[in-house]
Design a protein. Structure first.
Ligand SMILES: Cc1cc2nc3c(=O)[nH]c(=O)nc-3n(C[C@H](O)[C@H](O)[C@H](O)COP(=O)(O)OP(=O)(O)OC[C@H]3O[C@@H](n4cnc5c(N)ncnc54)[C@H](O)[C@@H]3O)c2cc1C
Length: 367
């Protein structure tokens, strides 16, 4: 099998690049290791006893003013954008578990969300791609530089196959590329180190999503925002849809990844107790409560991501990747975006950057 451009990863960056190549009438293929699309964009559907249903974001949820590419994609697909719910008092929980009303400082007022969750972007991008361009449950295990292109070895179930591509875009976190793919000839040591040093944004984090029939916190004049020094959730926000239910709160978990992964059930139980302490006894019976632990996801997090970083790295295209394998091997996830690296906006910027690099490489090769 042959293709012009092989895109590894069907997260937002890989699908946005596929969308660009599709519109440019170019030849491409997308290979995705997971059985689902979206990568770090992932939602859980919950239906209330009243029959109301919504997709809740277990990965990213927000984007911000000044991020034009997400906004215009939402507009292109007719997706409803709304402001993060922030009316009412904030809560703060001290280290003894004592709640204090009106003392929190973690409001996300001014952030935008998308009705039905960010998977709306993924579903709509995919609709425009012919089915035979996209292979799910297909992990890339090796890439070999050959005289006539790059040979990509992939595994789908029991089947191992290879594709000859003129260019390969690694629309996957650079750390995941270094830990999952064998490159022949080996990449220079300094380049391998540089790529492995690029922290994958939010890969070490976990979110707990608790969904309710009614917004009990709003009914008491609370916004749903809370900070806690006791935990297990350290920062909590409203995650309900724009209108109607079911309603939800989500929290980032402040417990180290190794403990989370070993004691997930206990942490979820403690999180429910915490919601009762902060927002009252009605919180005891959610329709659904789930922990999505990204640190345990092999296609997102590596061993180096188990300790979350406490700052937002200054992401950029790594200089060691410039001109790699005659410019045929490119990086393309949000972590290498020229702007907004780490964010979903960055994933869209990375796709635009990758398309420009592909065009440049072809120009150079032809001259
Ligand atoms: C908990 C959490 C909260 C976040 N909150 C926000 C937020 O509010 N706002 C925001 O802007 N951003 C947020 N982010 C970051 C956001 O999720 C990312 O910027 C964005 O989703 C990255 O998209 P991507 O396509 O570049 O990478 P990914 O989504 O990681 O996609 C990479 C894809 O490649 C696949 N893959 C990996 N290796 C292989 C292989 N060898 N073969 C085939 N396929 C492979 C993976 O399965 C995955 O589908 C958050 C992230 C997390 C985890």
């Amino acid at each position: 099998m042959q293709t012009q451009t092989l895109i590894i990863g069907a997260g937002l960056s890989g699908l946005a690049l596929a969308d660009r190549l599709q519109h440019a009438k170019e030849d491409y293929l997308v290979l995705e290791a997971r059985a689902r699309l979206g990568g770090r964009i992932h939602t859980k559907n919950v239906t209330s006893t009243l029959g109301q249903s919504n997709d809740f974001d277990l990965g990213p949820a927000w984007f911000w003013p000044g991020q034009p590419m997400v906004a215009s994609l939402a507009q292109r697909f007719g997706l409803n954008v709304f402001e993060q719910y922030a009316s009412g008092d904030l809560m703060y929980e001290d280290r003894h578990g004592q709640p204090h009303r009106g003392m929190g400082f973690a409001s996300m007022e001014g952030s935008y969300r998308m009705d039905g969750g960010l998977t709306g972007l993924i579903k709509n991008l995919t609709k425009g791609l012919p089915e035979d361009r996209l292979h799910l449950s297909t992990r890339v295990v090796a890439i070999t530089k050959k005289p006539d292109g790059l040979e990509v070895r992939a595994i789908t179930g029991e089947r191992e196959w290879s594709i000859l591509a003129q260019s390969v875009v690694l629309a996957i976190p650079p750390r995941v590329a270094m830990s999952k793919i064998a490159f022949t000839p080996a990449l220079p040591q300094a380049a391998q180190r540089a790529f492995s040093d690029i922290a994958t944004w939010m890969a070490g984090q976990a979110k707990i999503m608790a969904v309710y029939e009614r917004p009990f916190w709003r009914e008491q004049g609370l916004s749903g925002d809370a900070m806690s020094q006791k935990g297990p959730m350290v920062e909590i926000h409203d995650a309900s849809p724009a209108q109607n239910g079911p309603y939800a709160l989500f929290g980032f978990v402040g417990v180290p990844a190794n403990v989370r992964l070993a004691r997930a059930d206990e942490i979820v139980r403690l999180a429910r107790d915490q919601l009762v302490r902060l927002f009252g006894p009605a919180m005891q019976n959610p329709l659904s409560i789930t922990m999505q632990d990204w640190a345990g996801e092999e296609w997102t997090a590596t061993a180096s991501d188990q300790t979350p970083i406490g700052y937002h790295p200054a992401y950029h295209y790594p200089p060691q990747a410039e001109g790699l394998w005659d410019g045929r091997l490119l990086f393309g996830s949000t972590e290498v975006a020229s702007q907004f690296g780490g964010y979903i906006e960055g994933a869209l910027v990375a796709a635009k950057d990758a398309q420009a690099r592909l065009a440049w490489q072809r120009l150079v090769a032809a001259s």
